[in-house]
Design a protein around this ligand. Structure first.
Ligand SMILES: [Zn+2]
Length: 260
């Protein structure tokens, strides 16, 4: 295998590994953490941007489809491309926190993930003028430190109920739609990528090409498609309602740690 093919295979394993292994029990025990929401609604989410080469094309397509979504951005990319972040927010979409870099919480030194979540949350608020509401950890690996830091910064952790496996070099609009199809049901949270920062180069084209089909199938089934803010996650009485037990003030400020 050529080096970049090896890297892509590794990324696919990282994506599929931790997330796939622990998501089924999470869905059973903490449906709102998995992203289960309003049974008449499907949440559309994009990870790993913003990127001036690809994100604007997603904004155009979503505008054409008359659909809003949630974009989980990386702080390091938002810092590099603030104008793209602003254009996401200006179009009415939600800008949420995916972290600062695309690191795996399992191999990060203590304090780093917490500090980076805070830094990314502050940047999203500064760039878009709107404090973020949601946090999704890279690879779906939610450490205790990340969970506490997210709470401290007022972010609700949300994973996903279905993905399009749009990060591989082989992904096509058709494969993305076929992979998502079993998960296109009321209350679902869909994971796609608007950027190939951690995926095979250009793989975002498969997600972009699948969007019309995804939205069309949902609407044909009588489901509304929109951002997490309209998904009813964690709202008392909604399908995925769940309250985390301890108040944010219980935890120490992550920024106060020496490693931060
Ligand atoms: Zn990601």
């Amino acid at each position: 295998m050529r080096p970049h093919a090896l890297a892509a295979a590794g990324l696919a394993l990282l994506h599929a590994g931790p997330g796939a292994a622990w998501l089924p029990p999470v869905r059973r025990l903490l449906p709102s953490l998995a992203g289960e929401g309003d049974p008449g609604h499907v949440a559309l989410t994009f990870d790993d941007g913003p990127d001036p080469r690809s994100t604007p094309l997603f904004l155009d397509e979503l505008d054409r489809l008359g659909c809003l979504a949630t974009f989980f951005v990386l702080g390091e990319l938002l810092e590099r491309h603030p104008e793209v972040g602003r254009s996401i927010a200006r179009a009415g979409h939600e800008v949420a926190v995916h972290g600062w870099r695309h690191g795996n919480a399992l191999v990060a030194r203590p304090g780093r993930v917490a500090a980076e979540i805070g830094r990314a949350a502050r940047l999203v608020a500064a760039v878009t003028g709107v404090p973020p509401s949601w946090y999704r950890p890279p690879y779906g690996v939610l450490s205790a430190e990340a969970l506490l830091a997210a709470r401290w910064h007022g972010l609700r952790p949300v994973l996903w109920t279905a993905w399009g496996a749009d990060w591989t070099a082989r992904a096509t609009p058709g494969s993305v739609l076929r992979t998502l199809e079993p998960g296109l049901c009321g209350g679902a949270t869909l994971l796609l990528h608007d950027c190939d920062h951690t995926s095979a180069p250009g793989s975002w084209r498969s997600a972009l090409g699948a969007l019309a089909g995804v939205v069309g199938r949902c609407r044909a089934a009588g489901l509304r498609v929109g951002p997490l803010g309209a998904h009813g996650v964690g709202v008392p009485g909604a399908a995925g309602a769940h309250r985390f037990p301890a108040p944010a003030s219980f935890y120490p400020r992550p920024e106060a740690r020496p490693e931060a």
